[in-house]
Design a protein around this ligand. Sequence first.
Ligand code: ZN
Length: 323
Amino acid sequence: MSFSSTVKDELCRLDNLSECCMISELAAVVSLNGTAAAVPAGGYNIRIITENAAFARWIYSCIRQLCNISPEVTIRKSRKLRKRASYMLFVTPASGSAKLIRRIGAEVVRKNTQGQPELVLPEPSDSKDRCCKKAYLRGAFLAGGSVSDPEKTYHLELTSRTMEQAMVLKHMLESFGLNARIISRKGGYVTYLKEGENIVDFLNIVGAHRALMELENVRILKGMRNSVNRIVNCETANLEKTVNASVRQVENIKYIADCMGLDSLPQGLREIAELRLEYSDHNLTELGRLLTPPLGKSGVNHRLRKLDQIAEKHRQRCDPSGR
Ligand SMILES: [Zn+2]
């Protein structure tokens, strides 16, 4: 199951909602997902189509409970492979579409160029209860929302037909401190959120607490994976530095041995030079432990630097052009 479906499934199963919130949620669903068609004899047919069975059930029982209307339900099975069934809920003037429109506080306006009727909700005021704003966002997500699999990316979006609807959603999200943006896509509008933090907040607001835990787990794992990678990268870099230094030291010691002989070195330097030649893969601490008495890391480093300097000085004297 996709993460979107997980969230929707959970949202359709929330219970103990107060009536004010149910109305607000249904209003979002009907205005964002429903269409109105004028009937010659007067009134409108309201139609809502969804591919999510649990959501279809939720709309049905919500309309029944709030308006005492039983919508007609038809299931359309596409013959195309892999295309899922879709559920159509239908309310005619005879079964009470006017009552449904009134109950959700909408009106039908002929506003687009073809004179098609459009279900329009009044601009929600800022004084609208927070519980009902949350419910509206829940309805908007159920009606036309989706959220990416958090393993891949953090993206949550709410689709709508008109710019006005998209703006209402943006303002509502902003009133909860979420940073939403709008883009137009395929003749409609998308209000979207980025960043894990915003999406966690959204899931919390709409009440998808189980999905929220799931997302937090993914975020923690992702964070851990990143820091493990950082540590591994850092260790690789350190190892490379150690190896490069060792290669340089061995080169210099061999040069000294060739030109001057290691016997010409003071005892402390000769000892470390011999050890370095023998144990080129040891780090400084390990080399220091092989000395009697043992020498600390910085002591070893000091002696090896001295050897580098001796080789360097000798090179400049014998072969000023460098080699
Ligand atoms: Zn409410």
